[in-house]
Design a protein around this ligand. Structure first.
Ligand SMILES: [Ca+2]
Ligand SMILES: [Ca+2]
Length: 204
């Protein structure tokens, strides 16, 4: 996009006037109600760095967390780094109940067993594989509210304080088909692995 056009779009309010508008594509989020009626929004995609592409996870450690398709997710990230990356975008990590309800499609108790339905289908999501894939590479791995990759690809940090922090949803290496309610509790919060990323939430 040329500078003149970028400037015009900035003036028109169509793009945020960020330091580098070409890298600031609008994040994809979807909003729904919690069981207590509080409205919240969750990223459609696992978080990626602003300089990520379909073949690179990017290197910008100071990036705000993005929610875009066809970007490799932000991994090798501790829980506190993930939280900070969401906060740089004016977001936060998702709380467990928010993440689970987005996955199962029903506020509060109940909902789908798996992100895509109640019956295990090993072909739907990136599980039992060998490498991480760009966001949305498995279109059948979609929830009722249209979030993607909540099952598999990378585990996702949830919780905004240490007591509540845990990773959810399984990774590309997971051989079991993870249910929406399953958690990973064996990874220390400071551990950084290629199998753990995150996504962001906020209250509009
Ligand atoms: Ca639910
Ligand atoms: Ca995931």
């Amino acid at each position: 996009m040329g500078r003149a056009l970028t400037f015009a779009l900035c003036l028109g309010g169509l793009l945020g006037c960020e330091e580098d508008p070409e890298l600031e594509l609008p994040d994809k989020e979807v909003c729904l109600n919690r069981s207590d009626g509080v409205r919240y929004c969750i990223d459609v995609y696992e978080a990626s760095r602003r300089d990520a592409s379909a073949t690179s996870a990017g290197a910008d450690q100071a990036s705000k967390a993005k929610s875009l398709e066809t970007r490799l997710p932000w991994t090798e990230v501790s829980w506190s780094e993930a939280k900070a990356a969401c906060e740089r975008r004016g977001r936060r990590l998702c709380e467990a109940d928010e993440w689970v309800d987005a996955c199962d499609g029903t506020a509060g108790a109940g909902g789908r067993t798996y992100a895509y339905g109640d019956t295990v289908d090993a072909t739907r999501c990136n599980t039992g594989g060998v490498e991480v894939e760009p966001g949305g590479a498995f279109p059948g791995c979609e929830t009722l509210i249209k979030t993607l990759d909540q099952s598999g690809n990378v585990w996702e940090w949830t919780g905004n304080n240490e007591a509540a922090a845990e990773a959810r949803g399984g990774s590309f290496r997971s051989t079991q088909a993870h249910r929406c309610a399953d958690t990973l509790t064996s990874v220390p919060l400071t551990n950084k692995t290629v199998e753990v990323g995150f996504r962001c939430c906020f209250n509009p």
